[in-house]
Write a protein that binds this ligand. Sequence first.
Ligand code: SF4
Length: 358
Amino acid sequence: MFNDIESKLNSISEGGSLDRETLAAILSTEDGASKNILYRYADKTRAAHMGDGITLRGIVEFSNVCAGTCVYCGLNRYNTKLKRYDLESERILASVAELAAHKIKTVVLQSGENHTFDGIWFGELISEIKDKFGIRITLSVGEKPYDVIKHWKDKGADRYLLKIETSNKNFYDYLHPGMSFENRLRTLKDLKELGYQVGSGIIVGLFGQTTKMLADDIIFLKENDFDMVAIGPFIPHVNTDCAGHRAGSAEMTLKTLALARVVTKNAHMPSTTALGVIDSETKIKALSSGANVIMVNFTPERVKDLYSIYDGKSAGSGKFSNYSMEKMAAGIKRHIDYSEGDSLKAPGVERVDTIVKR
Ligand code: SF4
């Protein structure tokens, strides 16, 4: 397997055909030397396509109200034990001011799939952030009608995150009862057509998931040429039907992230917060195995624990310090990139503008 994995990665990197058997075999490897080859290969790919900067995104979780039914998520609408909140514009703007003061030039406005703000209010907030701070705005607010996401784009939103979670329709339907795989694909397509920089991603370690399914997911992420790709582990939540299931492994998440880097080359890829919850060392290791982005949480302390998508999410997310972040980066021979961190695929770079359905 030792030489074998390098030749397979060479072939993938040079644009050879992507087949699920090969990708699944790489993901299945348990041999330490082979895994290190994969991680180093991903790191080299990251350096060649993204440079050595670690880009920061400041996240504000402004509402935990959600109409979604995702069985793995503590925000799903059936979790009646969770106290729900909506932040007012002034409080959101205060968090944006805080992250901007730390030289962070992207705010990620994240919420559950809360349809109460689809109207004018949110568009006005986007305009106000743009006018006051001039930073990039990423939305992570779930599936929305075309007119709504068009209005927000017109108001100044730049990017949108909408994870596919799994590209296997049957598995998706099982994990999201009453939700529509087709609607998710439709929304991703609409976002691309409207000119958003679009991010998607998957969860690793869900019960019933196989390495072949993960291989299909990586192919899906490649075929759709997303600007941003997030790969995070499954972590159960005590007040969901998944309580008691085993969490996804840090190692399989790292292998999937590394292979996704080799395949997708120049997508922005975070070392996810969830990875840090499973294992703080793996969160740092992810930055040397393909990842180039860190999300920093600027949600107000008084509601941070209520954005409870999985157990332990806010653990260890203390006050942000530029000095500590820069020191961490220097420790792995990298630096913090304080630029906007736009997609390397847009504009002027040839890109895929439709969603490829598998
Ligand atoms: S994953 Fe998103 S849409 Fe699904 S329940 Fe959680 S917050 Fe809601």
